[in-house]
Design a protein around this ligand. Structure first.
Ligand SMILES: [Zn+2]
Length: 349
Protein backbone atom coordinates (compact mmCIF):
# COMPACT_ATOMS: atom_id res chain seq x y z
CA UNK A 1 0.00 0.00 0.00
CA UNK A 2 1.35 3.46 -0.77
CA UNK A 3 1.78 5.81 2.18
CA UNK A 4 -1.70 6.95 3.18
CA UNK A 5 -3.14 10.20 4.44
CA UNK A 6 -3.27 10.34 8.24
CA UNK A 7 -6.69 11.99 7.86
CA UNK A 8 -8.01 8.89 6.12
CA UNK A 9 -6.46 6.67 8.79
CA UNK A 10 -8.02 8.71 11.63
CA UNK A 11 -11.42 9.01 9.92
CA UNK A 12 -11.44 5.21 9.64
CA UNK A 13 -10.41 4.90 13.30
CA UNK A 14 -13.33 7.13 14.29
CA UNK A 15 -15.71 4.93 12.29
CA UNK A 16 -14.29 1.84 13.98
CA UNK A 17 -14.16 3.44 17.44
CA UNK A 18 -10.49 2.73 18.05
CA UNK A 19 -7.23 4.64 18.54
CA UNK A 20 -4.05 4.44 16.46
CA UNK A 21 -0.59 4.43 18.01
CA UNK A 22 1.89 6.90 16.53
CA UNK A 23 5.35 5.55 17.18
CA UNK A 24 8.52 7.62 16.90
CA UNK A 25 11.52 6.38 14.93
CA UNK A 26 15.17 7.33 14.47
CA UNK A 27 16.51 4.27 12.68
CA UNK A 28 15.80 1.18 10.62
CA UNK A 29 15.42 -1.29 13.49
CA UNK A 30 12.62 0.78 15.05
CA UNK A 31 10.76 0.94 11.74
CA UNK A 32 11.16 -2.83 11.34
CA UNK A 33 9.87 -3.42 14.87
CA UNK A 34 6.76 -1.31 14.24
CA UNK A 35 5.97 -2.96 10.89
CA UNK A 36 6.40 -6.49 12.25
CA UNK A 37 4.07 -5.57 15.13
CA UNK A 38 1.56 -4.14 12.65
CA UNK A 39 1.71 -7.32 10.58
CA UNK A 40 1.46 -9.52 13.66
CA UNK A 41 -1.67 -7.67 14.89
CA UNK A 42 -3.05 -6.67 11.45
CA UNK A 43 -3.02 -2.97 12.40
CA UNK A 44 -3.01 0.33 10.53
CA UNK A 45 -0.19 2.47 11.90
CA UNK A 46 1.39 5.93 12.08
CA UNK A 47 5.18 6.22 12.02
CA UNK A 48 6.43 9.62 13.08
CA UNK A 49 9.73 11.45 13.10
CA UNK A 50 10.56 14.50 15.17
CA UNK A 51 12.91 17.27 14.12
CA UNK A 52 15.51 15.59 16.33
CA UNK A 53 15.03 12.32 14.45
CA UNK A 54 15.28 14.06 11.09
CA UNK A 55 18.60 15.56 12.21
CA UNK A 56 19.92 12.34 13.73
CA UNK A 57 19.16 10.13 10.74
CA UNK A 58 19.01 12.71 7.94
CA UNK A 59 15.39 12.86 6.88
CA UNK A 60 16.01 11.42 3.42
CA UNK A 61 17.18 8.18 5.05
CA UNK A 62 14.04 8.10 7.20
CA UNK A 63 11.78 8.85 4.26
CA UNK A 64 13.20 6.02 2.16
CA UNK A 65 13.19 3.57 5.07
CA UNK A 66 9.50 4.28 5.72
CA UNK A 67 8.80 4.08 1.99
CA UNK A 68 10.49 0.67 1.99
CA UNK A 69 8.20 -0.34 4.84
CA UNK A 70 5.13 0.60 2.78
CA UNK A 71 6.44 -1.52 -0.11
CA UNK A 72 7.29 -4.52 2.07
CA UNK A 73 3.95 -4.47 3.93
CA UNK A 74 1.39 -3.58 1.23
CA UNK A 75 -1.46 -4.82 3.43
CA UNK A 76 -0.76 -2.24 6.18
CA UNK A 77 -2.19 1.32 5.94
CA UNK A 78 0.79 3.46 6.96
CA UNK A 79 0.93 7.23 7.46
CA UNK A 80 4.23 9.08 7.73
CA UNK A 81 3.95 11.97 10.14
CA UNK A 82 6.16 14.85 11.25
CA UNK A 83 6.08 15.12 15.05
CA UNK A 84 6.23 18.65 16.57
CA UNK A 85 7.02 20.83 13.57
CA UNK A 86 8.17 24.15 15.02
CA UNK A 87 7.55 26.44 12.04
CA UNK A 88 5.91 26.73 8.65
CA UNK A 89 9.29 26.05 7.00
CA UNK A 90 9.85 22.81 8.93
CA UNK A 91 6.39 21.54 7.95
CA UNK A 92 6.85 22.63 4.34
CA UNK A 93 10.17 20.78 4.07
CA UNK A 94 8.58 17.59 5.44
CA UNK A 95 5.68 17.86 2.97
CA UNK A 96 8.07 18.44 0.09
CA UNK A 97 10.08 15.40 1.14
CA UNK A 98 6.97 13.16 1.06
CA UNK A 99 5.51 13.03 4.59
CA UNK A 100 1.74 12.46 4.35
CA UNK A 101 1.01 14.30 7.58
CA UNK A 102 2.58 17.05 9.70
CA UNK A 103 2.14 18.40 13.17
CA UNK A 104 2.43 22.16 13.42
CA UNK A 105 3.08 22.72 17.11
CA UNK A 106 2.25 26.41 17.27
CA UNK A 107 1.68 26.20 21.01
CA UNK A 108 5.37 27.10 21.24
CA UNK A 109 7.28 29.76 19.36
CA UNK A 110 9.72 28.60 16.65
CA UNK A 111 12.44 28.15 19.31
CA UNK A 112 10.44 25.12 20.49
CA UNK A 113 10.58 26.33 24.11
CA UNK A 114 8.65 29.57 24.67
CA UNK A 115 4.85 29.35 24.85
CA UNK A 116 3.25 31.30 21.98
CA UNK A 117 0.10 33.41 22.18
CA UNK A 118 -3.21 31.99 20.99
CA UNK A 119 -3.17 34.37 18.02
CA UNK A 120 0.35 33.35 16.99
CA UNK A 121 -0.63 29.69 17.23
CA UNK A 122 -3.74 30.19 15.07
CA UNK A 123 -1.83 32.19 12.45
CA UNK A 124 1.04 29.75 11.88
CA UNK A 125 -1.20 26.67 12.09
CA UNK A 126 -3.63 28.12 9.54
CA UNK A 127 -0.72 28.89 7.22
CA UNK A 128 0.39 25.24 7.40
CA UNK A 129 -3.19 23.96 6.95
CA UNK A 130 -3.63 26.02 3.76
CA UNK A 131 -0.33 24.80 2.29
CA UNK A 132 -0.84 21.18 3.37
CA UNK A 133 -4.48 20.67 2.41
CA UNK A 134 -3.85 21.99 -1.09
CA UNK A 135 -1.43 19.04 -1.41
CA UNK A 136 -3.65 16.45 0.34
CA UNK A 137 -1.51 16.42 3.50
CA UNK A 138 -2.96 16.07 6.99
CA UNK A 139 -2.31 18.62 9.75
CA UNK A 140 -2.28 18.10 13.51
CA UNK A 141 -2.30 21.23 15.67
CA UNK A 142 -1.75 21.69 19.39
CA UNK A 143 -3.66 23.87 21.83
CA UNK A 144 -2.36 24.21 25.38
CA UNK A 145 1.25 23.31 26.12
CA UNK A 146 2.55 19.86 27.06
CA UNK A 147 5.02 19.38 29.88
CA UNK A 148 8.59 18.14 29.70
CA UNK A 149 11.17 18.27 26.95
CA UNK A 150 11.88 15.69 24.27
CA UNK A 151 14.56 15.91 21.60
CA UNK A 152 15.19 19.50 22.69
CA UNK A 153 11.54 20.41 22.09
CA UNK A 154 9.25 21.46 24.91
CA UNK A 155 8.46 24.14 27.46
CA UNK A 156 9.55 21.97 30.41
CA UNK A 157 7.51 21.97 33.60
CA UNK A 158 4.96 19.52 34.90
CA UNK A 159 2.35 19.60 32.17
CA UNK A 160 -0.18 21.31 34.42
CA UNK A 161 1.00 24.85 33.70
CA UNK A 162 -0.79 25.30 30.35
CA UNK A 163 -3.66 22.81 30.38
CA UNK A 164 -6.00 23.23 27.38
CA UNK A 165 -9.01 25.46 27.85
CA UNK A 166 -12.02 23.77 26.14
CA UNK A 167 -13.41 27.09 24.81
CA UNK A 168 -10.04 27.89 23.25
CA UNK A 169 -9.89 24.39 21.75
CA UNK A 170 -13.22 25.06 20.00
CA UNK A 171 -12.07 28.45 18.71
CA UNK A 172 -8.74 26.99 17.57
CA UNK A 173 -10.39 24.13 15.67
CA UNK A 174 -12.81 26.54 13.99
CA UNK A 175 -10.15 29.08 13.02
CA UNK A 176 -7.49 26.66 11.73
CA UNK A 177 -9.35 23.72 10.16
CA UNK A 178 -6.84 21.18 11.55
CA UNK A 179 -7.53 17.49 10.99
CA UNK A 180 -6.40 16.45 14.45
CA UNK A 181 -5.99 18.31 17.69
CA UNK A 182 -3.35 17.64 20.35
CA UNK A 183 -4.46 18.75 23.78
CA UNK A 184 -2.60 19.30 27.05
CA UNK A 185 -4.18 17.43 29.95
CA UNK A 186 -1.21 17.15 32.32
CA UNK A 187 0.94 14.69 30.36
CA UNK A 188 4.61 15.33 29.70
CA UNK A 189 7.19 14.07 27.25
CA UNK A 190 9.95 11.76 28.46
CA UNK A 191 10.15 9.04 31.10
CA UNK A 192 9.51 11.20 34.17
CA UNK A 193 5.85 12.09 33.78
CA UNK A 194 4.40 11.49 37.25
CA UNK A 195 6.01 10.87 40.65
CA UNK A 196 3.15 8.56 41.70
CA UNK A 197 0.37 6.67 39.93
CA UNK A 198 -1.52 9.58 38.35
CA UNK A 199 -4.95 10.51 39.67
CA UNK A 200 -7.32 13.33 38.68
CA UNK A 201 -5.12 15.92 40.37
CA UNK A 202 -2.33 15.51 37.81
CA UNK A 203 -3.97 13.81 34.79
CA UNK A 204 -6.90 15.93 33.66
CA UNK A 205 -9.12 13.42 31.88
CA UNK A 206 -12.11 15.63 32.80
CA UNK A 207 -10.72 18.31 30.45
CA UNK A 208 -10.43 15.77 27.65
CA UNK A 209 -14.06 14.75 28.22
CA UNK A 210 -15.14 18.41 28.20
CA UNK A 211 -13.32 19.06 24.91
CA UNK A 212 -14.81 15.94 23.31
CA UNK A 213 -18.27 17.06 24.40
CA UNK A 214 -17.81 20.40 22.61
CA UNK A 215 -15.98 18.92 19.57
CA UNK A 216 -17.60 15.48 19.21
CA UNK A 217 -16.22 14.77 15.72
CA UNK A 218 -12.71 16.18 16.13
CA UNK A 219 -9.86 13.66 16.23
CA UNK A 220 -8.04 14.26 19.52
CA UNK A 221 -4.38 13.40 20.07
CA UNK A 222 -2.72 12.37 23.32
CA UNK A 223 0.98 13.21 23.49
CA UNK A 224 3.40 12.02 26.14
CA UNK A 225 1.30 8.87 26.46
CA UNK A 226 3.82 6.18 27.19
CA UNK A 227 2.76 4.06 30.13
CA UNK A 228 6.37 3.67 31.39
CA UNK A 229 5.67 0.14 32.71
CA UNK A 230 7.55 -0.97 35.79
CA UNK A 231 8.80 -4.20 34.20
CA UNK A 232 10.65 -2.23 31.49
CA UNK A 233 12.15 0.10 34.12
CA UNK A 234 13.19 -2.92 36.17
CA UNK A 235 15.07 -4.62 33.30
CA UNK A 236 17.14 -1.47 32.77
CA UNK A 237 17.96 -1.15 36.47
CA UNK A 238 18.62 -4.88 36.88
CA UNK A 239 21.39 -4.67 34.28
CA UNK A 240 23.25 -1.64 35.53
CA UNK A 241 20.85 1.19 34.66
CA UNK A 242 19.92 3.97 37.06
CA UNK A 243 16.34 5.04 36.34
CA UNK A 244 14.50 6.80 39.13
CA UNK A 245 11.06 5.45 40.01
CA UNK A 246 8.43 7.01 37.71
CA UNK A 247 4.88 6.58 36.40
CA UNK A 248 3.43 7.09 32.94
CA UNK A 249 -0.13 7.31 31.63
CA UNK A 250 -2.11 4.20 32.64
CA UNK A 251 -3.55 2.21 29.71
CA UNK A 252 -7.06 2.43 31.18
CA UNK A 253 -6.90 6.27 31.02
CA UNK A 254 -5.83 6.09 27.36
CA UNK A 255 -8.71 3.68 26.69
CA UNK A 256 -11.10 6.12 28.39
CA UNK A 257 -9.71 8.76 26.01
CA UNK A 258 -10.27 6.49 23.01
CA UNK A 259 -13.92 6.10 24.02
CA UNK A 260 -14.05 9.92 24.00
CA UNK A 261 -12.58 11.06 20.71
CA UNK A 262 -8.86 10.21 21.06
CA UNK A 263 -7.74 8.75 17.73
CA UNK A 264 -3.96 9.16 17.85
CA UNK A 265 -1.76 8.19 20.77
CA UNK A 266 1.92 9.12 20.72
CA UNK A 267 4.28 6.55 22.17
CA UNK A 268 8.05 6.90 22.25
CA UNK A 269 9.45 6.42 25.76
CA UNK A 270 8.10 2.87 26.20
CA UNK A 271 9.97 1.77 23.07
CA UNK A 272 13.15 3.50 24.17
CA UNK A 273 12.94 1.68 27.50
CA UNK A 274 12.36 -1.68 25.80
CA UNK A 275 15.32 -1.21 23.45
CA UNK A 276 17.70 -0.04 26.16
CA UNK A 277 16.71 -2.83 28.55
CA UNK A 278 17.31 -5.50 25.90
CA UNK A 279 20.70 -4.08 24.92
CA UNK A 280 21.80 -3.74 28.55
CA UNK A 281 20.82 -7.33 29.26
CA UNK A 282 22.92 -8.73 26.41
CA UNK A 283 25.97 -6.62 27.18
CA UNK A 284 25.72 -7.35 30.91
CA UNK A 285 25.27 -11.10 30.58
CA UNK A 286 27.70 -11.64 27.69
CA UNK A 287 30.32 -8.88 27.87
CA UNK A 288 32.47 -10.74 25.35
CA UNK A 289 30.02 -9.96 22.52
CA UNK A 290 30.78 -7.20 20.05
CA UNK A 291 28.62 -7.84 16.95
CA UNK A 292 25.91 -5.14 17.03
CA UNK A 293 23.40 -7.67 15.72
CA UNK A 294 23.77 -9.62 18.95
CA UNK A 295 22.05 -6.80 20.84
CA UNK A 296 20.11 -4.99 18.09
CA UNK A 297 18.08 -8.10 17.28
CA UNK A 298 16.81 -8.59 20.86
CA UNK A 299 16.29 -4.82 21.07
CA UNK A 300 14.13 -4.89 17.95
CA UNK A 301 12.16 -7.85 19.30
CA UNK A 302 11.61 -6.12 22.64
CA UNK A 303 10.26 -3.04 20.88
CA UNK A 304 8.02 -5.13 18.61
CA UNK A 305 6.51 -6.75 21.70
CA UNK A 306 5.65 -3.38 23.29
CA UNK A 307 4.25 -1.96 20.03
CA UNK A 308 2.09 -5.05 19.37
CA UNK A 309 0.72 -4.85 22.91
CA UNK A 310 -0.14 -1.15 22.50
CA UNK A 311 -1.82 -1.86 19.13
CA UNK A 312 -4.03 -4.41 20.84
CA UNK A 313 -4.76 -2.12 23.80
CA UNK A 314 -5.59 0.86 21.56
CA UNK A 315 -8.00 -1.29 19.51
CA UNK A 316 -6.35 -0.77 16.11
CA UNK A 317 -5.46 -4.48 15.92
CA UNK A 318 -7.45 -6.33 13.28
CA UNK A 319 -8.36 -3.19 11.30
CA UNK A 320 -5.62 -3.06 8.63
CA UNK A 321 -7.85 -4.64 6.00
CA UNK A 322 -10.94 -2.49 6.61
CA UNK A 323 -10.23 -0.06 3.78
CA UNK A 324 -8.15 0.71 0.71
CA UNK A 325 -5.77 3.64 0.48
CA UNK A 326 -7.22 6.79 -1.08
CA UNK A 327 -4.53 8.56 -3.11
CA UNK A 328 -3.10 11.79 -1.72
CA UNK A 329 -4.29 13.57 -4.91
CA UNK A 330 -7.83 12.35 -4.22
CA UNK A 331 -7.56 13.59 -0.62
CA UNK A 332 -6.46 17.01 -1.93
CA UNK A 333 -9.57 17.11 -4.13
CA UNK A 334 -11.67 16.20 -1.09
CA UNK A 335 -10.37 19.20 0.87
CA UNK A 336 -11.00 21.42 -2.13
CA UNK A 337 -14.57 20.35 -2.87
CA UNK A 338 -15.49 20.14 0.83
CA UNK A 339 -16.18 16.41 0.93
CA UNK A 340 -13.39 16.26 3.53
CA UNK A 341 -14.68 18.71 6.08
CA UNK A 342 -12.36 21.14 7.85
CA UNK A 343 -15.17 22.82 9.82
CA UNK A 344 -15.51 21.13 13.19
CA UNK A 345 -18.91 20.13 14.49
CA UNK A 346 -19.38 22.24 17.63
CA UNK A 347 -21.85 21.18 20.33
CA UNK A 348 -23.30 23.40 23.04
CA UNK A 349 -21.78 23.40 26.52
ZN1 LIG B 1 4.56 15.30 21.62
Amino acid sequence: MPLVSMRQLLDEAAKGGYGVGAFNVNDMEQIQAIMEAAKQTNSPVIIQASRGARQFAQDRYLYHLILAASELYPEIPLAMHLDHGNSFETCKSAIELGFTSVMMDGSLKADGKTPATFEENVAVTKQVVDFAHERGITVEGEIGVLGGVEDGHGAGGSGLEHVTDPDQAVEFAEKTGVDALAIAIGTSHGAYKFSKKPDGSVLKMDILLAIHKRLPKTHLVMHGSSSVPKDLQDIINQYGGKLKETWGVPIEEIQLGIRNGVRKINVDTDNRLAITGAIRKVLWETPEKFDPRDYLKPAREAMQKVVALRMTQFGQAGHAGDYKAVSIAEIARGYKDGSLSTKPLVADK
